[in-house]
Design a protein around this ligand. Structure first.
Ligand SMILES: [Zn+2]
Length: 150
């Protein structure tokens, strides 16, 4: 896990900031107290960590601090999904995506977009994907790593 990657709890805080552009710690605490039963101190700790990680910026306004996001939700999701896929053997990634799609309710529009992407991918798809794992960490490299490598 990358050092400045967002934890699930930190994401709860970021979601409030993303939905409101710029907001106070009091507002964030109110929302999360209701949703997560977190004490204000817990939320404050998370906000502090997010500022340190450069995900949130604190701006002093009068006697209060306003927090705004330094990373967009889209960027953050991209980072997380890349990090997730990087944990899996290149040969198994298709399977992970299959599961994700299977478990998700998709609109007709979502499906049409996916179909279009897949038919583009189909045109340039290799016959097989090669494993890029560290030998010993993947079953396809334990026996006869010759046909697995490149
Ligand atoms: Zn592998």
């Amino acid at each position: 896990m990358k050092e400045n990657q967002m934890t699930t709890s930190e994401r709860e805080v970021m979601k409030v900031v993303w939905a409101n552009n710029s907001t106070t710690s009091k507002y964030i605490s109110t929302i999360l107290e209701e949703k997560m039963s977190w004490k204000a101190a817990t939320t404050k700790t998370l906000i502090g960590r997010l500022v340190k990680k450069n995900h949130l910026k604190a701006t002093e306004e009068g006697r209060k601090f306003k927090y705004s996001a330094l990373i967009t939700e889209q960027e953050s999701l991209q980072e997380s999904s890349q990090a997730l896929l990087q944990q899996v053997c290149t040969k198994k990634r298709g399977n992970v995506l299959y599961q994700m799609i299977e478990e998700t309710t998709l609109s007709l529009e979502d499906i049409e977009q996916l179909e279009q992407l897949l038919s583009e991918k189909k045109r340039i798809a290799p016959e097989t994907v090669s494993c890029q794992c560290t030998p010993g960490q993947c079953e396809c490299k334990q026996e006869g790593e010759i046909h697995c490598g490149h």
